[in-house]
Design a protein around this ligand. Structure first.
Ligand code: UDP
Length: 499
């Protein structure tokens, strides 16, 4: 048998969402920098948008061992790909991408032409267990990546206990009235976790809801994999992470990934410093940075609900009146596809909101360079949907938050922000009076206390990503583990990896 040592070649396969892709691209930069061969598998749809709105191709071209590849997500071009259709994206990926992925990976696990060695390890978004099955079938080491908080992931592992104790599915006549009941069977969260804070997927009365099975499979895959990468940092979620390690001992907590990337870019002499970094799937309206430059320090409310949330006109109008009545300046991201317009309603109200904001010295944009916005000195508060990337970005920037969670892990993230870390306030109602009151509170009376807490967390985040910090060390350990697969040898007679 003629054998050659194969050099490590890692496949990164994010679930096709902005936050999932964004943070995995940040991880990819590190792995490229460590000299690994990287194939980044994007959905066709996201890749087209990424190339259209960013310089990602140019940015990554400095690493000859990096390449993008694409796979269809199976959805029509005009599909909304929003929170409301989240399960359609999951199902479509499974139906369309799974067979194609398997075929691609069988080819790629054989010797490739030119510079590309066979794949030695997969890093797969845990939302796609089907891809992990393929890795197992090909006996390729697989590490799972999750783009959500550890506190949310931990509740996934507690599902059997919640069922056994009859805390799930929700019992009782009018569950809606009972959402403040506290949950007792999520170890480490007794006392502050309520029904309403559980991940939105749990909030059903139907024990046969397929989501419970999906989450069961996701947990099983996390425990079977070689390890699990989470975009969080030890000092932020330490009690939950201690619990978590009882189920998944090999955890790589490497967050905040966006901050690690920024730091590396600033310190790297090999970088051409004039290359801006963006992983956006929408066109960033940079006029908001110029606008922020002319606002007083700490004066602006920044409001954005991420890439998936969709809300209706009534909700939009409540936020509008609440913001205007607060008398504060605001920068509001209203994604073109984020407002659910019912039949015959027309869209003229959107133009009125944009113009009305301008008349009041504020600004509405379609998509913003969020990390840059959050680190701007004019920022006073971040009104957010509590998506995990946004939460990490808000913490790192040291900007107090007002939380209005919609789905998935956002509910529990919001609870941790307001009750555990005490770096923000959760909106308990979405009406103009509540919004006005909470915005004023956070910008005025509560500001000092919240800023002190969030500055403390931001410092801890900086420590974790600096040399010798936990996230840096975990990243180095990850790179070492990815390199160790290099010990596998390539059998040139059978074109397979052995050992
Ligand atoms: N984002 C952005 N510009 C915007 C709004 C959001 O760049 O105007 C980015 C934000 O910085 C974050 C991602 O989009 O990295 C959203 O991810 P998150 O997990 O917060 O929410 P999701 O979109 O998954 O609901």
């Amino acid at each position: 048998m003629e054998q050659t040592v194969a050099s490590p070649h890692v496949l990164l396969f994010p679930f096709p969402g902005q936050g999932n892709m964004n943070s995995m691209l940040n991880l990819a930069e590190f792995l490229c920098n460590a000299g690994l061969h990287i194939t980044f598998l994007n959905s066709n749809h996201n890749q087209q948008r990424l190339l259209r709105f960013t310089n990602a191709q140019e940015r990554f071209s400095r690493w000859p061992k990096f390449r993008f590849q694409t796979i269809p997500d199976g959805l029509p071009a005009d599909h909304p790909r929003s929170a409301a259709t989240f399960f359609e994206i999951l199902d479509s990926m499974k139906a369309t991408a799974k067979p194609l992925f398997r075929e691609m990976m069988i080819m790629a696990s054989r010797k490739e032409s030119g510079l590309w060695p066979p794949l030695s390890c997969f890093i797969i978004d845990g939302l796609m267990p089907f891809a992990i099955d393929v890795a197992e079938e090909l006996s390729i080491r697989v590490i799972v990546y999750r783009a959500i908080s550890a506190c949310c992931l931990w509740t996934f592992f507690c599902l059997p206990g919640l069922f056994a104790a009859a805390e799930l599915p929700f019992q009782g006549g009018d569950v809606e009235d009972d959402m403040d009941v506290t949950i007792k069977n999520v170890p480490g969260m007794q006392g502050f976790l309520r029904r309403r804070d559980l991940p939105s997927f749990f909030q059903t009365k139907d024990p046969t809801d397929p989501i419970f099975q999906q989450i069961g499979v996701e947990c099983q895959k996390m425990t079977q994999a070689y390890g699990l990468i989470i975009n969080t940092f030890e000092d932020l979620e330490s009690p939950v992470l201690t619990q978590f390690r009882s189920q998944v001992p090999n955890l790589y907590t490497v967050g905040p990934l966006h901050a690690l990337t920024l730091r590396r870019q600033h310190s790297s002499s090999s970088m051409t410093s004039n290359i801006a970094v963006s992983n956006s799937l929408w066109d960033e309206d940079r006029s908001c940075i110029t606008w922020l430059d002319s606002q007083p320090p700490k004066s602006v409310v920044y409001m954005s609900f991420g890439s998936l949330v969709v809300y209706d006109k009534d909700t939009l109008m409540e936020f509008w009146h609440g913001l205007v009545n607060s008398g504060k300046l605001f920068l509001w991201v209203v994604r073109q596809d984020s407002i659910n317009i019912s039949g015959g309603e027309g869209t003229s109200f959107l133009a009125e909101v944009v113009d009305g904001a301008k008349e009041r010295g504020s600004l509405v944009v379609g998509w913003a360079p969020q990390e840059e916005v959050l680190s701007h000195p004019a920022l006073g508060v971040f009104l957010t949907h509590s998506g995990w990337n946004s939460t990490m970005e808000g913490i790192y920037a040291g900007v107090p938050m007002i939380c209005w969670p919609f789905f998935a892990d956002q509910q529990i993230n919001s609870r941790f922000v307001s009750e555990v870390w005490k770096v923000g306030v959760a909106l308990d109602k979405c009406d103009r009076w509540t919004i006005e009151r909470v915005v004023k509170d956070v910008m005025e009376q509560k500001r000092e206390v919240l800023v002190e807490s969030i500055d403390g967390l931001a410092k801890l985040a900086r420590r974790c990503i600096s040399e010798g910090g936990s996230s840096r060390s975990n990243l180095d350990r990850l790179i070492q583990d990815l390199r160790s697969v290099r010990e596998s040898v390539y059998d040139t007679s059978t074109s397979t990896l052995v050992g």
